[in-house]
Structure formats: structure tokens, C-alpha cells
Write a protein that binds this ligand. Structure first.
Ligand SMILES: Cc1ncc(COP(=O)(O)O)c(C=O)c1O
Length: 403
């Protein structure tokens, strides 16, 4: 199966520094299968038109295809209705929408929002900006030694003023899979809204919003085989209907008079301006691609590779792997004692292996781990055992050269 999957990613034939590419940076962005890339060019070559505007045939077809992907996305995450799916430009955009619209509709000065120490900056900065503007209080759940959220600490942070808990499903550094269903239940019992950043979860595991019973869920197409510039915000319709728009412009109004403007229904109220039409339509192909392989196969293949890499890395002297949570996705962050992470990544790159080094937009977590940077290897459905072997040889070489 894996060879057939790999054949759908022509980029794997690319040479990097004269060597064939080993791509271990899927947590930053996944590779895109040919079907997604071809759908983009088909749209521009033969179907190019704006949606929801003109009555001509191409526009009607583009609208139909665009709305079909909304319905497909609804089914993919098991939402109750397509109107619960808002297309954005990515996870960051989705969280910004919430941090503006949700806080202005449901929160007042002094109210509290709980985040965690393992959040990506895109689930911290928008809330911070809203907190500054509205006088809200931000609190952080601490991460324990094993890289898990301290749930006792979470309970101790909750007060009568807690209105939102916004958490990542999977840590983009530690790979920790958080007990989101449990946390949503706890929040619901206390009338607290839940926002889930599922950026790292969507290409790895089945995400079912009704099973989780979260109020909002944000994710990016480009991390799940789809194009750049497309994201999704899921929200329960009862809540979305009470929220004001975030961006203003064309396509999101009911009637405009200079003295009064009324807004379109959900979800269009939140989609001002021309959306990324080609991107959304091609995103449909990404969903079909993931569904065709099946999440059981995806998770198993990636977890097997992660365990294999984990055990091989541990054999290398001086390697420290961060986090040992019970539930962990296919992400490994590590350092070699005495060597800077970016030097490791650049030696490894010279050998054709793409990994990432840095703070991974998680400076609060870096501080907790007492490091400035880590090297991160992250897997996709197109990786194989030989990729891990090449990575291990490259890390050994880095250690030899840099120590
Ligand atoms: C956990 C997590 N949240 C949010 C984001 C931001 O995603 P985007 O840049 O696509 O908006 C990322 C990207 O790395 C991420 O890993």
C-alpha cells in the first residue's frame, strides 16, 4: 500500500543537495497528492469563476462545487449541518475569528479564558490581543513532566468567571494527544465554551465533533494534504447564530443602507470577500484521499514509524527526547546534548532529510522545557522505514560533526 501511496506524491522524487528527499516535516505542512494539485489546475484551466455572485454557468458550477466541499467537510467531521462549516484561511484565521467574535458576543471585562502551556502561538496571541482590548484574564494549564496537561491544575483554574477553554488537540512539539472529550464534558458541566485547535489532528486521526461535543474546532487544509490558504472553523449552529461577523465586506450581508446594515445567515456572515475557491474545491480531494486510505491505516502506519524512530534515536548517545505522554501522535522532538538544534537540522538537511528546528511557535512550552529550540521530526502517510533509517544515519553524522 505504501508504495502506491508514495507514487501519488511526485515531490518524493525531488533531489535535495543531490539526495532523494526524505520529508519529515509534515507537522509544518503535509505534502500534497497529485489529485489535489490536479484539481487546482483543472479549476484554473477550465472552471475559473467567482462563487455566489453571477448567474452564468461557470459561476453556478463553481458555487455548486464549493458548496459540495462544505457538505463533504461537514460529513468528514460529523457536524450536524453544513451551515456549521465556515471556510477561513487557516487555523490561525479561525482562532482570530473566535477571539474577536466570540469574546465580543459572550464575554465582558474580568471574564477568564483558559489555555495551556503547550499551545501554538496561534492559540495564544489572538486571545491575548482580545484580552488586552476587553480586559479579559488568560490562564494557562501547566504541562507535567511527561508532557501531559495537568487536569487537576485545570480544575483548580476554573472559577465562575471562566467562559472559554481553548486547547490544542495534539501538541505540535510533544505530540501529546489531549483528552479533549473529557475536558469538553467537564467544561460543559460548568457552562464553559470549548475551542479545539485540531491543526495537528486532522491528518492523523478521526475527529468527530459530535462525539467530542466541543463548541468550536479549528483546522488548516495544508496540514491534511490540501492546499495552502484554506481553513475551517466548525461551530455549533446555536452559538454561531448569536455571533457577530469578524470581517466585513461583500458576500456577508443581507442588506446595506448607510444607516443600517443587516448580515447574511450563518455561515456566509463569516465569509466576507472572495474566498479561496480553487483551494476549497481542491481541499475536497484531500478529504477524499484521507478517507480512501482510512484513519486506522494512517494512524497505525505513522505510529509504527514513530516508535521505530524513537527507539533508534534513544540508541544515539546524548539524544534527549521531549515528552513521554501515554497518548502520543507521530511527532518526535529531541536535542543532542551540547549541540544546537538548528545545527543538527542543517547537517541533516545536507543529507536530504527535511526536519524542522526552532521554537515551533511554542515559546511558552520551550521555556517550560528549559530550551530555546528542539529538532522536530514529524510523519505523514507517505513515510516509510527507509526514511527513518536515513534520518538516523543523518543524526549520527550530525553528532559526529558537531560535538
Ligand atoms: C497546533 C497548531 N495550531 C495552529 C497552527 C497554525 O496553523 P496555520 O499556520 O495553518 O494557521 C499550527 C501550525 O503549525 C499548529 O501546529
Amino acid at each position: 500500500m505504501i508504495e502506491k501511496i508514495r507514487s501519488e506524491f511526485p515531490i518524493l522524487g525531488t533531489k535535495v543537495h543531490g539526495k532523494s528527499l526524505v520529508y519529515l516535516d509534515s507537522a509544518a505542512t503535509s505534502l500534497k497528492p497529485q489529485s489535489v494539485v490536479e484539481r487546482l489546475s483543472q479549476f484554473y484551466n477550465f472552471e475559473n469563476a467567482n462563487v455566489h455572485r453571477a448567474a452564468h454557468e461557470l459561476s453556478a458550477t463553481a458555487t455548486e462545487n464549493f458548496e459540495r466541499v462544505r457538505a463533504l467537510t461537514c460529513k468528514f467531521i460529523n457536524a450536524s449541518s453544513s451551515s456549521e462549516i465556515i471556510f477561513t484561511s487557516g487555523t490561525t484565521d479561525s482562532v482570530n475569528l473566535l477571539a474577536n467574535s466570540l469574546t465580543s458576543s459572550f464575554l465582558k471585562s474580568g471574564d477568564e479564558i483558559i489555555l495551556s502551556e503547550m499551545e501554538h502561538h496561534s492559540n495564544i496571541v489572538p486571545w491575548y490581543m482580545a484580552a488586552k482590548k476587553m480586559g479579559l484574564v488568560l490562564k494557562m494549564i501547566s504541562v507535567d513532566e511527561s508532557g501531559e496537561l495537568d487536569l487537576d491544575h485545570l480544575e483548580s483554574l476554573i472559577t465562575k468567571k471562566t467562559k472559554i477553554i481553548s486547547l490544542t488537540y495534539i501538541s505540535n512539539v510533544l505530540g501529546t494527544i489531549n483528552p479533549i472529550q473529557k475536558i469538553c464534558k467537564l467544561a460543559k458541566n460548568k457552562n464553559i465554551l470549548t475551542v479545539i485547535d485540531a491543526a495537528q489532528a486532522m491528518a492523523f486521526m478521526r475527529v468527530d465533533v459530535r462525539e467530542l461535543d466541543c463548541d468550536f474546532l479549528a483546522f488548516s487544509a495544508h496540514k491534511m494534504m490540501g492546499p495552502f490558504g484554506v481553513g475551517v472553523l466548525y461551530g455549533k449552529s446555536g452559538l454561531l447564530e448569536k455571533m457577530p461577523p469578524f470581517h466585513g465586506g461583500g458576500g456577508m450581508i443581507d442588506e446595506v443602507k448607510i444607516e443600517n446594515i443587516t448580515f447574511a445567515d450563518v455561515p456566509f456572515r463569516f465569509e466576507a470577500g472572495t474566498p479561496n475557491i480553487s483551494g476549497v474545491i481542491a481541499f475536497g480531494k484531500a478529504i477524499e484521499f484521507l478517507e480512501a486510505i482510512g484513519f486506522e491505516n494512517i494512524s497505525k502506519l505513522e505510529l509504527d514509524l514513530r516508535s521505530y524512530m524513537d527507539s533508534k534515536l534513544r540508541e544515539i548517545k546524548g539524544v534527549k527526547i521531549y515528552g513521554k505522554p501515554k497518548e502520543k501522535a507521530a511527532i518526535i522532538s529531541f536535542n543532542i546534548e551540547g549541540v544546537h538544534a538548528s545545527d543538527v537540522a542543517s547537517v541533516v538537511d545536507q543529507m536530504g532529510v527535511a526536519v524542522r528546528a526552532g521554537h515551533h511557535c511554542a515559546q511558552i512550552l520551550m521555556r517550560k522545557l528549559a530550551v530555546h529550540a528542539v529538532v522536530r521530526a514529524s510523519f505523514g502517510i507517505y513515510n516509510n522505514k527507509s526514511d527513518v533509517d536515513r534520518m538516523i544515519v543523518a543524526v549520527e553524522k550530525a553528532r559526529e560533526l558537531l560535538l
